[in-house]
Design a protein around this ligand. Structure first.
Ligand SMILES: O=C(O)CCC(=O)C(=O)O
Ligand SMILES: [Fe+2]
Length: 288
């Protein structure tokens, strides 16, 4: 199958056409997609029609599915598919999570010791306006830093706190004790070396980072704020105008993402999977 790959609006994001993700993909196609994913950070597919089984089967071609910490955002029997939604079931209970309007810049699972970098979102129901999702490329942002800043960041680690992240979600219920126990604060280097391409990028998460190791609160916060402002400049950011049937995969080690507010009187539902990418599945970067 011949894939067509093109940049969207001149951005770093690649759109792939000519592939139905429910179909049996040959290994060379999976390798090509994995290469695009690791190299460019965000890959878009449009007009897909996928069941949850098909989303899972596609994701498993790249690695192991992760049963996420927030099992309260999944459906019974589907621990690996998170529902991102503002919708409620007939009993008035929320059917998923992250449904209450805007989401600030973040990187999924940055609060874990070993974050899974593969993520996919599939659009099922959407409001007429709002709810656009944005991705910022942290490799381009790193490359554009002055040399002196690159040297300053060498070996610097940030503290990542799920408690801080969760406070931003403004959830109706307090966080379950079991989730608190699974999410103690963790520390990651602020410069990430991509495990497959070897490229350096910033590893930032303004929704989750609570400080910098070895710096005062104010100095650490200032550095994080400066780096976030740098990394989220328009030249590093892609805005996605969703259509039903879009599937987007991104690499959490390479990009940040955020979402615009939307009218929560209208339904919005996406299905997200998180993938622990298999090292052997990833090939060296290829230029498109
Ligand atoms: O709702 C969105 O557009 C993004 C949700 C999100 O941050 C995620 O699925 O990780
Ligand atoms: Fe997210």
């Amino acid at each position: 199958m011949a894939l067509t790959v093109q940049s969207i609006n001149g951005s770093f994001v690649k759109e792939v056409q000519g592939v139905s993700l429910w179909s049996e993909l040959v290994p060379s196609t999976v390798d090509e997609l994995a290469g695009l994913w690791s190299t460019h950070g965000v890959v878009v597919f449009r007009r897909q029609a996928l069941s949850e089984d098909e989303i899972l089967a596609f994701g498993r071609r790249f690695g192991d599915m992760e049963a996420v910490v927030r099992q309260d955002w999944t459906a019974a029997g589907r621990p690996e598919v998170v529902r991102i939604s503002n919708m409620r079931n007939e009993a008035g209970e929320r059917i998923g999570g992250l449904g209450s309007n805007e989401l600030a810049w973040h990187s999924d699972q940055s609060y874990m010791v070993n974050p899974a970098t593969g993520a996919m979102l599939y659009m099922v129901e959407m409001p007429r306006t709002g709810g656009n999702t944005y991705w910022a490329n942290l490799q381009l942002a790193y490359d554009a830093l002055p040399q002196a800043m690159k040297e300053r960041l060498d070996g610097v680690c940030a503290i990542f706190s799920y408690a801080k992240r969760q406070a931003g979600y403004k959830e109706e219920k307090p966080l379950a004790e079991s989730i608190k126990q699974q999410t103690p604060d963790v520390v990651h280097p602020i410069v990430n070396v991509h495990p497959r391409t070897g490229a350096k990028s910033l590893y930032l998460d303004p929704s989750t980072t609570s400080g910098i190791v070895g710096m005062s609160d104010s100095e650490g916060q200032q550095l994080l704020d400066d780096l976030t402002a740098h990394a989220t400049q328009p030249e590093f950011v892609y805005r996605h105008d969703w259509q039903i049937g879009d599937l987007i995969m991104w690499d959490n080690g390479l990009v940040l993402h955020r979402r615009d507010p939307f009218d929560t009187a209208q339904n919005r539902l996406l299905k997200r999977t998180t993938i622990r990418l298999s090292p052997e599945r990833h090939i060296l970067p290829r230029t498109v």
